[in-house]
Write a protein that binds this ligand. Structure first.
Ligand SMILES: [Zn+2]
Length: 506
């Protein structure tokens, strides 16, 4: 029998029913006292089927109680007393999943566009892959509650060698001393990890890895071409972005192609040449998959705890002719200066002839298969989009990424776990990624079952971010505000240089 409880009684009830809180390392009595003293909002999502991000079964008819920015209780709705004054979100006929993480994002400092688009699409956390002053400011505003947005895990500036494809926002590191100094700068800037890049010399990379280890700072990024991937993994590289080098490492051309790359200089006058060669060798290698080489590679990655971040969303775009996405309806959310840059730069990467386009289609399918093989071999996968690169959109494109993860063979449950539970595990965040007492109140309420069809992630009724409830009307307002802000920026007065090294994904 459900009884009406006042707020104080309800919080006390949570403490007696709070075994889950204790298990999560939260003292229930203290939790209730603090919540009562702080006057934290109480929100009850009731009647939904909870898909909690673990391997457990979906639980229909559940209730989830949020107190402040935490989940306080999860259980059968029938067992929960009513709480006077609580906000009730009707979850009947709906599906509640953990907030999603885009694990490869850029551009959060488009403060009036990117954060609302992430939230409107259920993305309550991002790993921002290039740090600079503007997005450090945005990160801090969100953390202080001055700006509504997803949680931001922020990279250092990109560390690359003296020769680089990238522009002046990149830190070019040529010596061991500079490498150690760059890591210390990253720490001073409160970076969550160091981002490494293609053209780092061997000794510089080793020094970055060593300095990171000394300071217990993770590092992640692109395959540094001069280092074998398993050596980079052994040195501590936590993730490899975009699948660069994975086709070569798992092919029967492995030694031949790595030898060719070893013999090729980074040309300061034509820095793209090496990248283009490596990309073409990857494409060829993808058609020469070698199960034995792959097994060794995957075992090495797993042993060293290195994950793969395939970023299918951006890889799909660069596999298509440059004009293919010019009329994507989501372009209305993108400032003119960014659309102009996209149109200008994509031809550097996109196939130019029908033959090349056909080759790239085959290559993209191979990338899906490779990720599936890696997953089945036990390698951790991340779900990231590379938004802000051409025609990759904040929030929206993570839904596309989920489609691709399913197409890679993960299935809907594992795909969803990849961008929730697994993302949190990768980041070492015990407070995120699943729906359980003590976890952050980051949730998405869907109108359809994502385990039946992952496309249900697009059918969003409500998003909860750090305990704040955004219902459908609020989400539509966010979308409208983002669109208006993108249009306002059409005037040159608001334009700024886009901090995006569009050359092949940053
Ligand atoms: Zn990137």
């Amino acid at each position: 029998m459900r009884v009406e409880a006042n707020r104080r009684e309800f919080l006390r009830w949570l403490t007696t029913a709070g075994a889950g809180l204790a298990a999560a390392g939260v003292a229930p009595a203290l939790f209730a006292q603090e919540a009562a003293a702080a006057g934290s909002d109480v929100v009850v999502v009731t009647g939904a089927t909870v898909v909690d991000g673990t391997d457990g079964p979906a639980r229909p008819g559940s209730a989830v109680v949020l107190v402040g920015d935490r989940i306080a209780w999860v259980g059968p709705a029938a067992e929960l007393p009513r709480c006077a004054g609580a906000r009730v979100v009707d979850g009947r006929g709906r599906f509640l999943v953990p907030g999603l993480w885009d694990m490869h994002a850029h551009g959060i400092d488009y403060e009036d566009i990117w954060p609302p688009l992430f939230l409107a699409n259920g993305v309550t956390g991002i790993r921002e892959m290039q740090g600079y002053e503007e997005n450090r400011v945005t990160r801090d505003k969100i953390a202080r509650g001055e700006l509504l947005g997803p949680r931001v895990v922020l990279a250092s500036t990109i560390l690359d060698g003296p020769v680089s494809l990238l522009g002046p926002s990149t830190t070019r590191v040529g010596t061991v001393a500079e490498a150690r100094a760059a890591v210390r700068t990253a720490i001073a800037q409160r970076s969550d990890f160091v981002k490494v890049y293609f053209y780092l010399p061997r000794d510089v990379f080793a020094a970055i890895a060593d300095e990171c280890r000394r300071h217990r700072l993770p590092f992640a990024g692109h395959w540094p071409y001069r280092i074998r991937q398993l050596d980079a993994a052994r040195a501590g590289q936590r993730s490899f972005e975009h699948s660069f080098g994975l086709p070569i490492a798992t092919s029967r051309y492995r030694d031949e192609f790595l030898g060719r790359l070893d013999a090729e200089p980074f040309d300061p006058k034509a820095p793209r040449d090496f990248f283009n060669l490596a990309r073409e060798l990857d494409r060829q290698a993808a058609q020469a998959y070698d199960p034995a080489a792959a097994a060794r590679h995957f075992a090495g990655l797993t042993a060293h705890g290195s994950w793969l971040s395939p970023t299918f969303a951006v890889n799909r775009v660069i596999s298509k002719p440059a004009g293919a996405f010019a009329h994507d309806p989501r372009n209305k959310y993108v400032p003119r200066e960014v659309l102009d840059l996209w149109a200008d730069r994509l031809p550097l990467l996109a196939p130019a002839t029908p033959e090349q386009a056909a080759q790239q289609d085959v290559y993209f399918e191979a990338q899906l298969r490779l990720a599936g093989e890696a997953h089945r071999a036990g390698v951790g996968l991340l779900g990231g989009t590379d938004c802000l690169n051409p025609y990759v959109y904040p929030g929206f494109s993570l839904h596309d990424e989920l489609d691709f993860l399913v197409a890679a063979g993960l299935g809907p449950r594992k795909a969803l776990q990849t961008v929730t539970r697994d993302a949190a595990a990768f980041l070492g965040r015990a407070d995120a990624g699943t729906i359980a007492p003590g976890k952050a109140a980051d949730l998405v309420l869907l109108d359809a079952d994502p385990l039946a069809d992952i496309r249900a992630v697009r059918r969003i009724d409500t998003v909860v971010t750090a305990g704040r409830v955004l219902d459908r009307a609020a989400l539509d307002k966010l979308l409208a505000a983002a669109e208006a802000a993108a249009n306002r920026r059409a005037g040159a007065a608001n334009a700024r240089s886009v901090r995006l090294p569009v050359h092949g994904c940053c």
